[in-house]
Design a protein around this ligand. Structure first.
Ligand SMILES: Cc1cc2nc3c(=O)[nH]c(=O)nc-3n(C[C@H](O)[C@H](O)[C@H](O)COP(=O)(O)OP(=O)(O)OC[C@H]3O[C@@H](n4cnc5c(N)ncnc54)[C@H](O)[C@@H]3O)c2cc1C
Length: 433
């Protein structure tokens, strides 16, 4: 998401020679849904790629938070005001639709060239020009020199590791002790089940919660698919090497984890074909001292991987990309020193905000996963108070104040407005002296 959006946003700002290196042989879509929040939609619309995504997506008008064990509703939040307030609705869609539209947008730009099946291996220089080794799957490695390197290589980022090593910084990927199953149920699988059909036909995000676990679900792809994403304690990865992020899961283990959830949820989980259960390890990273070194910047999960409980990971990668493109387009000259400063403007606009949202996602998960006790009683009182339309929503993505903070922030406008002042205030970085 960060890489495609960076390429497209830079092309739209007039950059002429943009190269995207991707390990995979194609966009190899994860079969999963994604929440398309207004802060993401605003950027995608300005880049001209929102319309095809919105066409297939579901416009979410409400969310229902329910007891996993009983399906009893704890709280219900109307979300229609979002479009009126922020100019874009809160939608949910298929990842393939999001990535596909971004890719189509990139393909329309002559200035963008894709190098699939090509991994970025080592980085040889961060300044004045970044230099790295590109390794095609079936070819000889070669050195690439660029004016700017944007490392949007995800949570396992090799560039981040190299940068931190060079800076002698001790910051690491952190275990969250949480894992996720991602499940898609097709309409024809539920056609004889009125309860499940009603879910797939809704404009609703449902979250079923229980101690240490939850399931979030919504319809995508013109309501032909019901998408479920779970979170549960990580038992299977605990002993796995840190490079392991996904594994084939066992269906019976998945059914066991949610064994005390209501029959309807269990019926949905039971639709997953044996052998197609995939479990994802959820990891984050301790905050980095910097996202920028020389003329290289980290983007997206490479610098702020997050738990999915606020549904903002991809949205934040997309904000990074949009801000970088605006910052680089404002460069007074193309010297490496100025590029470094423009990248640090990006860091100033984005870092505090992204890290605050990472914290908020973790806090939302803690509230959702409470077991019996005083804290859970307090949380459930807050859910109950919402029936009278009052108070904060413990499931933070649905809270109006949290939404104001996230959706009410137009990151490209803020960058346009503040670029000159921040740029002028920056002295040359140690790394470029
Ligand atoms: C269960 C779950 C649910 C989520 N739900 C949401 C949601 O509803 N809304 C939301 O906004 N976010 C959500 N997210 C988060 C979102 O998926 C990520 O934050 C987002 O994909 C990060 O994008 P990225 O571009 O930074 O990294 P990635 O998507 O990880 O992309 C990194 C890319 O770099 C490539 N790559 C890696 N190393 C190299 C290399 N050395 N050389 C070349 N290429 C390389 C990879 O192949 C990959 O294509 C969710 C995440 C999870 C796990």
């Amino acid at each position: 998401m960060g890489g495609l959006t960076s390429a497209l946003a830079l092309a739209r700002e007039g950059f002429k020679d943009i190269n995207v290196y991707e390990t995979a042989s194609n966009l190899g879509f994860v079969g999963a849904g994604i929440q398309l929040a207004p802060n993401m939609a605003r950027i995608l619309d300005h880049l001209g790629v929102w319309e095809p995504i919105a066409k297939e997506a579901t416009n979410i008008r409400e969310t229902s938070i329910r007891q996993g064990a009983t399906d009893q509703e704890l709280a219900h939040v109307e979300l229609d005001y979002i479009e009126k307030t922020y100019g874009y609705p809160h939608m949910v869609g298929h990842r393939a639709s999001l990535a596909g539209s971004l890719y189509d947008g990139c393909k329309r730009e002559e200035s963008i060239k894709f190098h699939f099946s090509t991994s970025v291996e080592g980085i040889e220089s961060f300044f004045p020009k970044p230099k790295f080794i590109a390794k095609p799957r079936d070819g000889e490695p070669y050195t690439v020199e660029a004016d700017v390197l944007l490392a949007s290589d995800g949570i396992k980022s090799k560039i981040r590791v190299a940068m931190l090593k060079l800076l002698n910084v001790d910051a690491e990927v952190q275990d969250t002790n949480q894992a996720a199953y991602r499940i898609m149920i097709h309409r024809d699988e539920v056609k004889d089940d009125p309860e499940l059909l009603q879910l797939i036909d809704s404009d609703r995000v449902v979250r079923w919660i229980g101690p240490k676990r939850h399931i979030i679900a919504y319809p995508v792809s013109n309501k032909t698919i019901y998408n479920l994403s779970t979170t549960q304690p990580d038992d299977r990865f605990a002993a796995a090497p840190s490079a392991t992020y996904t594994t084939k899961g066992s269906k019976s283990a998945m059914l066991d984890v949610f064994g005390d959830f209501c029959p309807m949820v269990k019926r949905m989980l039971d639709k997953v074909p044996e052998g197609e259960v995939c479990e994802w390890k959820l990891r984050v990273h301790s905050p980095l001292p910097t996202w920028v070194h020389g003329t290289t910047a980290l983007v997206g999960d490479a610098c702020h991987p997050t738990l999915p409980h606020l549904a903002q990971g991809a949205a934040q990668a997309i904000e990074d990309a949009a801000v970088i493109a605006v910052a680089l387009s404002r460069l007074p000259d193309t010297s490496p020193e100025s590029i470094n400063k423009a990248l640090r403007v990006y860091e100033q606009v984005r870092k505090g905000r992204a890290e605050a949202l990472v914290e908020m996602a973790a806090a939302s998960g803690r509230a959702l996963h409470l077991g019996e006790g005083a804290a859970k009683e307090e949380r459930d009182k807050k859910f109950a108070a919402l029936k009278g339309g009052k108070g904060p929503v413990p499931d933070k993505w649905a809270d109006a104040d949290v939404q104001r903070l996230i959706y009410g922030f137009d990151c490209t406008q803020v960058t346009r407005d503040s670029f000159d002042e921040i740029f002028k205030s920056l002295s040359p970085a140690q790394s470029v002296l």
